[in-house]
Design a binder for this molecule. Sequence first.
Ligand code: FES
Length: 297
Amino acid sequence: MTTTAQPQTATEPSFEELAKRVDDAARRVAELEGPAKETAEELKRAVEAIHRAGLITIVRRMRQDERARELLFELVDEPVVRMLLSLHGIIRPDPMTEATRVLESVRPSLQSHGGDVELVRIEDGVAYVRLHGACNGCSMVSVTLRNGVEEALIGNVAGIHKVEVLPNEPSPTLIPLSALRIGPDPRQEGWVQAAPLEEVPAGKITPLHLVSANGREIDVIVVHLDGRLTAFVNACAHQGLPLDGALLDTNAGTLTCPWHGFCFNALSGECLSAPEAQLEQLPLRVDDGHVWIRVGS
Ligand code: FES
């Protein structure tokens, strides 16, 4: 099923026109004074409350029905629907977006002290970050800056209860696989030598068909973005259709599924279109010029 934008009729105002109308009315209400202002604001609150209750009922009922749930996922992609549900607090902003926004707000203060922070991923309520410049080390300043980052993330992003600082030097392309080997042969641990590094070009999605030592076959995609490599099972979180034709936006760091347009964080696999969806990420390491992916033992 594909999502098609409904054509505007001559009498149907556009999303921008509707948003402007709301902005203009809100501005005029803000200029009112005394009882008139109180009445207008109470009217606004009452209308919003009834809309919110209706929307919650619609969303709740649609989530209970398999086919309606699929339609709901598609509707959430429509800007006007997404805005409406966000405004009423019915859909959460995804944690990566929220955490990035929070870090942007503390970044000027970090940078004014010669430090900086990079959000790497969020997993199971833990935000993994890398700290740079004055944020690193054990001086008073660095401890204060680190505490500031931790407080900002835990205090302002729902679902983050812990912040872990990752070491700066190693990146997925530098960690020797030998350091991770448990058994004598990584293949026995489910690792597959997937491709030479030069066959996984930067800024691209590389589809690979892998066969593990015990014969398990799996299709994966490797995303090479900003010097980092990430492997996902080649199946969209929406309907499981292949992602090798997805659009990789290297500026935004997003992956857009070609089938119905679900948008994902290209490094974490977090779905930016539907809060409950997530691409299945696989462990990836680079060793001796080869990409290794763990597909299970
Ligand atoms: S968005 Fe539907 S399969 Fe990907």
